[in-house]
Design a protein around this ligand. Structure first.
Ligand SMILES: [Fe+2]
Ligand SMILES: [Fe+2]
Length: 283
């Protein structure tokens, strides 16, 4: 157990951190960070604000964990002889996720909450896929983390961009959304690049992995989007305006993106997406 805080410290590296956020990680003209002391003054109900705050807090923890997934993919990409752009973009993605967590806590503070989370800060190593080649191992983990997880995030964020009307929070959602598009692109690019180079056994190994990947991501996402107790339409739209779409909408988007985007994409690449979806099983 521990406390996750993402305030910038006062060490000599502060300037470098701020420069990275302004330059390397930048999207668009205006940085979405919410300055200290700027607080929400809209007219959402206290109940909506409280629920939205908790949603953003939970999201911060999830974003922060994603940074470990990307940084742990670097050694696997090195072992699999990936070209350099995959290595730099994977590290950028890890940095993006730390920043996303910090932006989520900015929103918590903006909504009047304490920008920290008490929780289990232990991180989980990536699956080793023992016995598979370095190339197949890296591809399996990139499929899970990027092609599945990030493509789903991209669709959820596209919906949030539509419904989040609170301007400061909207700007945060825009940054998250733009970054997650790159994180998903990374996986699909690598898969498209490497598939033609795989031998029959590696290809077969990937095809065998897909039902497990699809079943596991489904379970993981359902757990992350619990169905809320019935709430009024008014509260629902207040929450949406604050960037918290409810689990029911999230689950609809999850199945739409899995069935209409991800499975067909595997098929286009010559992988048995439809069969894998029909045979899905969780770990
Ligand atoms: Fe993220
Ligand atoms: Fe991401």
């Amino acid at each position: 157990m521990g406390t996750l805080r993402l305030r910038v410290g006062s060490s000599p590296l502060r300037t470098e951190h701020e420069r990275l956020v302004r330059t390397a990680l930048r999207r668009g003209d205006e940085a979405p960070e919410i300055p200290d002391g700027v607080v929400y003054e809209g007219d959402a109900s206290p109940r909506a604000i409280e629920i939205a705050r908790e949603a953003w807090r939970a999201r911060a923890l999830h974003e922060h964990q994603s940074s470990c997934v990307f940084s742990r993919l670097l050694p696997q990409l090195i072992e699999a002889e990936a070209s350099i752009e995959y290595k730099t973009v994977i590290l950028r993605s890890a940095m993006d996720e730390i920043r996303h967590a910090s932006l989520c806590l900015d929103v918590v503070r903006y909504l009047g909450g304490t920008p920290e989370i008490e929780g289990d800060l232990a991180t989980v190593p990536l699956p080793e896929h023992v016995g598979r080649t370095p190339r197949e191992r890296a591809l399996r983990n990139v499929i899970f983390a990027s092609c599945l997880s990030e493509t789903i995030s991209t669709s959820l964020l596209a919906e949030e961009r539509e419904v989040t009307t609170e301007p400061r929070i909207h700007r945060v959602v825009e940054q998250l959304s733009a970054d997650e598009i790159l994180h998903a692109k990374l996986g699909w690019s690598l898969l498209g690049d490497w598939l033609p180079m795989l031998d029959a056994e590696e290809r077969e190994g990937l095809a065998r992995y897909l039902p497990l990947a699809l079943g596991s991501i489904e379970q993981k996402m359902l757990a992350a989007m619990p169905l809320p107790p019935p709430i009024s339409e008014a509260l629902r739209s207040e929450l949406a305006a604050l960037g918290a779409i409810d689990g029911k909408d999230g689950r609809e988007i999850l199945y739409a993106v899995l069935e209409d985007v991800i499975v067909p994409r595997f098929e286009e690449l010559g992988l048995p997406g439809k069969k894998a979806w029909a045979d899905k099983r969780a770990a």
